[in-house]
Design a protein around this ligand. Sequence first.
Ligand code: GRF
Length: 186
Amino acid sequence: MRDPVRVAILISGRGSNMRALVEQASAYEVALVASNKPQAAGLKWAGEHGLETWALESTAVGRQEFDRRLSGVLEERDIGTIALAGFMQILSPGFVDEWSGRIVNIHPSLLPKYRGLDTHARAIEAGDSVSGCSVHLVTAELDAGEVLGQAEVPIEPGDTQASLEQRVLAAEHKLYAEVLSDFVNR
Ligand code: GRF
């Protein structure tokens, strides 16, 4: 069995959760940061901080081929756990099956509420008094796998999508490292 402590983080953009995971890594080792977007800002930060990086523009090769090549890279590096952190591409069923039970994701809502996108706008629109974030196992169904941990964030009167996003993001940065540390050792 591959070593669960060896973590690959998958990103598509700024990578603030990736950065938080790197900065709080003690129970796990960030062995690779990978992306489907070679220009992702987070990739640059990872490279500058001595982490191994791998990127391939997924639109150039297609999703299936991207996943196939990514899987090869993860196997070569003996990766045991995959942490999605703002990875904006749905993984193919074959990939999810191959890595079943070994992929986690951070989502900016209290799942099962608000799967998918625009979670903050939807929570405000619904008049909710509390939002938050969830770390969950990735399965073939979007944002529907077992919830491993959650943090609540109150919605204040006058909150905008941007202000709520900012406070939830701060909670994400703390929650993800805690849950991942437990997960790799469970
Ligand atoms: C976060 O809100 C995360 O919950 C969601 O995508 C966003 C990624 O932000 N899955 P960052 O790239 O980690 O800064």
